[in-house]
Every structure is written in C-alpha cells, then in structure tokens.
Design a protein around this ligand. Structure first.
Ligand code: SIN
Length: 355
C-alpha cells in the first residue's frame, strides 16, 4: 500500500540517455509515471508499507544493466504518481507525449512504467488513442524497488525487449508483466499482492517474453490505435464526466440521482452477474437515460461478458452494454465515445461492439 497523500506532482521531463548507443539495436523511449515499480520501503522485507513513485527513472534503468544489450534506451520522467491518483490531465499529457515520440523516426517503440492499480485503464486508453503502429508496452511491478526479489527490473527488461520486437508492431498497446504479454484491451489486475497479478480472463495472454525471446501466439482482432477515430489531441482537456456505480444487495438510488443532479454525461453500472441491476437502481438509471445520460451496463464479476437485452431490456431502457469490458475500461471507452460526439444509445452500442 502506498503512503497516504501521495502527491500528483508532474515532474519536468528529464531526458537522459542511459545506454551506450549501438546502431543495430532498437531505439526505445521509456516514459516513467511512478507506481510501485518506482516505490521504496524502509527495508527489503516490506512489500506493503512503501511509498510508490519515489524512485527516478534513471535509478530504475541503472538497476537493469542488461537493457544495454537489448535496446538503445532514452528515458523521461513524465510523472511520479501512485497510479490510484491518475488524473485526466496526466492521461492527456502522457498520450500526447507517446504520440510525439512515435512520430519521430528516431524512436522505434515506447515503454511506460506505471502503477499496477490503474494500469489497465491507462493501457486501454492508449490502445484506443495512440496514432502509430509502433510498439507501446506498459509495465509495472507488485514489489517496490527496495524489496527482496523485486519484480520491476525483469518486468522492465522484458517490456523493453517486447517494444523492440518486430512482432509487437501493429498489435496495439501491450502489457508485459511477469513474462506474459497481454493486450491492453483484455488485461486486468487480479491480485492485491501476488507477483502474477495480471491476467486476461477468458481470452488469455497474447504471448510471452523470456530470456530475450518474444513469442506471440495470437493476434489482436478488434480495431485499435491508428484504426480508431479516437485521438487525445482532439479530446484535449475536455473529458466528459463519466462515473461508475455498483449494484449490490440492498442498493439505493442515492448515487445515481446525485450523479444526474451533478450533470454527469455518462454512468457505467457495475452490475451483478450478466450486468443485472437492482430494480431500484435500474429505475433510476432508466430515468437518467431518458434525460440523455449515457448508461452502460457492465459486470462486477471480473470475467465473461454482458449480453445485450439479456439481464435487462436494453432496447426499452435506452442502455448500452459493455460486452467483455470491465466497468473501468468501459468508462474509458464511454468518455472517448462521448468526446467524439457519439450521443445516442444506438451509436454508443456500435462503438462498444467495435472497440
Ligand atoms: C500504484 O498503482 O501506483 C501503486 C500500486 C502498484 O504499483 O502496485
């Protein structure tokens, strides 16, 4: 657990080339944003009471001398945050910097170091918005850099290795974690403490990376990156307000009514089972939909998908279903879709069925 009150300081971008240059190696930019991978604890056996995002990117790279054998690495400290505090402004800044770097002929791929807590949201955002087919690989760690058997150094080496692989080109944004390579669309954090904390439920990983070898066993099917209409440059700072509510035994309509009164543009509901919703909450959401608030039905279960007109009559209620996206990824897509001008349930459902 990170120390309370971790600040949202966005550090100035420090560029430092940390490996000797070899023209045969891929040129990879590492963008550091903080997280446990950059965390430090008072002693090596402490893996829960540390402060995230306090170790600079130069130190992270210095801990992995083998990086020089797989890539020419340049590094930037984009932010130093505990990813629970990820902010929309930082998403904008990060996405724009990734696009800038990938537009350069001097960069072959980008690696982002991130906290694990919201990694799947940032990775999916970039998967939908980056405008390049060059590899973008997000990685992280479950143990702080100070820990015995810290997992960050190998995850970083593997992420840079994947970003430098020709096989990673055109696969959208990837997550390299614990030797596996996942699609940003599918991957979710599944453990609060275990080193093997990321999985792609139902679908499985795309492939693996080990000892410098990168192998993909399947490809990404849904459109991403250059094949989407979503771009952070056009979204800018105007992120539509979309919030998540949950359905559970004894739920009330207080949260939905408060959100509608606050003027939200969209609500994602983390329903039970196949996205089913407590009748009280569902009535409130139907009233919100009738007022023009976009309502997306997803599931709190953690795997599977939500079937349209299954556990609720979406056609009648004016709801949209999230398919296999969890509530937090559904929120990312809904924000982008609303920002791109998709307003009706029919148009939004088409977006969810496509991306
Ligand atoms: C964070 O998400 O920044 C802290 C937790 C972690 O990286 O594992």
């Amino acid at each position: 657990m990170a120390a309370a009150g971790a600040s949202l300081t966005i550090a100035a971008m420090n560029t430092s080339t940390t490996t000797s240059t070899s023209s045969a190696l891929p040129r990879i930019a590492v963008l550091a944003t903080g997280g446990t991978i950059a965390g430090a604890a008072p002693d090596a056996t402490n893996t829960s009471g540390y402060q995230a995002g306090v170790v600079g990117v130069g130190q992270l790279l210095a801990a992995v001398p083998s990086l020089a054998t797989v890539a020419n690495v340049q590094a930037e400290q984009v932010a130093s945050v505990d990813s629970k505090d990820m902010a929309l402004a930082l998403w904008t800044k990060l996405a724009q910097r990734v696009d800038e770097l990938l537009a350069s002929s001097g960069i072959d791929g980008v690696v982002i170091t991130h906290g694990t807590d919201t990694l799947e949201e940032t990775a999916y955002l970039l998967h939908l918005t980056v405008k390049s087919d060059k590899p973008v690989v997000v990685t992280a760690a479950m143990r702080p850099s100070s820990a015995l058997s810290a997992d960050g150094p190998l995850n970083l080496l593997n992420a840079v290795t994947v970003a430098g692989s020709a096989h990673a080109k055109g696969q959208g944004v990837l997550v390299a974690f614990n030797n596996r390579i996942h699609s940003a669309r599918d991957v979710v954090k599944t453990s609060t403490y275990a080193v093997d904390a990321f999985h792609s439920p139902e679908i499985g990983a795309l492939g693996w990376v080990q000892d410098g070898r990168v192998e993909f066993q399947r490809a990404v099917v849904r459109p991403h990156t250059t094949a989407t209409p979503f771009a952070i440059a056009s979204t800018g700072a105007q992120w539509p307000v979309v919030e998540v509510v949950t359905s559970y035994a004894g739920a009330s309509r207080i949260a939905v009514d408060a959100l509608v009164a606050a003027g939200v543009k969209g609500i994602v509901v983390a329903g039970t089972g196949n996205g089913s919703i407590h009748a009280t909450v569902q009535t409130a959401l139907a009233e919100a939909a009738a007022k023009g608030v976009a309502i997306v039905r997803s599931s709190r279960v953690g795997s599977g998908h939500v079937m349209r007109n299954g556990a609720a009559s979406d056609d009648t209620l004016g709801f949209v279903t999230a398919g296999a996206l969890n509530p937090y990824k559904a929120r990312v897509l809904l924000m982008l879709a609303l920002a791109a001008g998709h307003a009706t349930p029919v148009a939004l459902q088409q977006v969810f069925d496509t991306y």
